[in-house]
Design a protein around this ligand. Structure first.
Ligand SMILES: NC(=O)c1ccc[n+]([C@@H]2O[C@H](COP(=O)([O-])OP(=O)(O)OC[C@H]3O[C@@H](n4cnc5c(N)ncnc54)[C@H](OP(=O)(O)O)[C@@H]3O)[C@@H](O)[C@H]2O)c1
Length: 351
């Protein structure tokens, strides 16, 4: 499996990361046996990068992962976890305070029976805790050897900048990664978050790269999802997030390119994301080794430029304001100056 550096850091991660949100989830996930089998298959395929969170299956995902890692060479792996979501009803068992971050990290290590995490991520922004407190706590975890690197998830672009500025002030290495929703259907991060991460030397880690299963091509239009699938159990959230007429037409194109190339639609959809080297890794989810297999193929297989363009143009992303203002104002006022090729590289496309 091919590796990429996680942003500007020296940490090499597989470009397909094993997500473990399904581990232990009773409604749409899998049991210990299937979880262990997926970890084995992933490592067998050459993968080194596994992501979890205290939230997943109310901590059971971490417990299952810890069990699955028994007997493995832990130092050859990159293990990531996250905290932020409430762990119980008491006021400090959530968010990004010093108290919660340190306790959450220690609890994750204990559940997985590990000495350290390679990557510890704040799972979301905490509007009630000063960012200096959060970054100070993360830095202390690095200094104590409990974590190697830090990352964030689901922050706005300006929050990333503020956090990294706070890190710099205490001589700490800034976030090396940002974990965000990104797939062929939901490309929101292209407007501001992706440019912010590139500017900050952070690698993108993409969650729900298959739109929670829609981009596998198994739901075509009016199909009723099977019981036990994500779309059946979480339809109230997922239908609004991913399903509309043009999105389903895009799924048809993903399937057609799959037929043309002899690959699964899963492989095609993941490879579209990985064509962009700002993305360090796609976080794939599965309930079985069988489901995982076409995702593992994306660790090696590359989409052609022609297919990439066809998919990108099928469901264009509307960047909105201020991009549409810049298309007029910036281009007409600055276009006489020759920029170095990568100077404005990550501006949302102006042409
Ligand atoms: N930071 C965050 O806020 C955040 C949020 C969400 C996830 N994540 C991370 O991202 C990882 C991946 O997210 P995700 O699970 O939503 O990703 P996803 O790849 O978009 O969806 C995975 C789901 O698609 C279906 N699927 C996958 N392969 C399939 C195949 N070959 N055939 C048929 N169905 C298939 C399965 O669902 P069904 O069988 O149920 O249809 C599977 O559980 C998570 O494990 C977690 O580590 C992070």
């Amino acid at each position: 499996m091919k590796n990429r550096y996680l942003g500007n850091s020296g940490l090499a991660v597989s470009r397909v990361c094993l997500g473990t949100m399904t581990f232990g989830n009773q409604a749409w996930g899998c049991d210990q046996k299937a979880s262990t089998a997926m970890v084995d298959a992933y490592i067998e395929a050459g993968g080194n990068f596994i992501d979890t969170a205290d939230l997943y299956a109310n901590t059971v995902s971490e417990t299952f992962l810890g069990k699955a890692l028994e007997g493995k060479n832990r130092d050859n792996l990159v293990i990531a976890s996250k905290s932020w979501f409430p762990m119980n009803d008491t006021p400090n068992a959530r968010g990004n305070s010093r108290k919660h971050i340190i306790e959450a990290c220690e609890a994750s290590l204990k559940r997985m029976n590990l000495d350290y995490l390679d990557l510890f991520q704040i799972h979301g922004p905490d509007p009630y805790t000063p960012i200096e407190e959060t970054m100070g706590a993360l830095n202390d975890l690095v200094q104590s050897g409990k974590i190697r690197y830090t990352g964030c998830s689901n922050l706005y672009g300006w929050q990333i900048m503020k956090a990294n500025a706070a890190a710099k002030q205490i001589g700490m290495q800034p976030f090396i990664s940002g974990q965000y929703l990104y797939n062929l259907i939901r490309r929101d991060i292209e407007t501001e978050i992706l440019p912010a991460c590139v500017d900050q030397g952070m690698g993108l880690l993409c969650w729900s790269p298959l739109a929670s299963g829609l981009l596998t091509g198994k739901y075509r239009g009016v199909d009723i999802p099977d019981p036990g699938t994500r779309f059946k159990e979480m339809g109230a959230i997922l239908n609004d997030r991913f399903i509309w007429k043009e999105a389903l037409e895009l799924v048809d194109l993903v399937c057609a390119i799959g037929d043309e190339t002899g690959q699964s639609p899963v492989t095609v959809a993941l490879s579209w994301i990985l064509k962009d080297h700002a993305i360090s890794s796609v976080l794939v989810g599965a309930r079985s080794v069988e489901q995982l297999e076409p995702s593992l193929v994306a660790g090696e297989w590359d989409l052609s430029d022609e297919h990439r363009t066809a998919l990108t143009e099928k469901l264009p992303h509307n960047h909105g304001y201020p991009c549409d203002w810049m298309k007029v104002a910036l281009v007409s006022n600055f276009s006489k100056t020759e920029f170095e090729p990568n100077r404005a590289q990550r501006f949302p496309p102006l042409a």
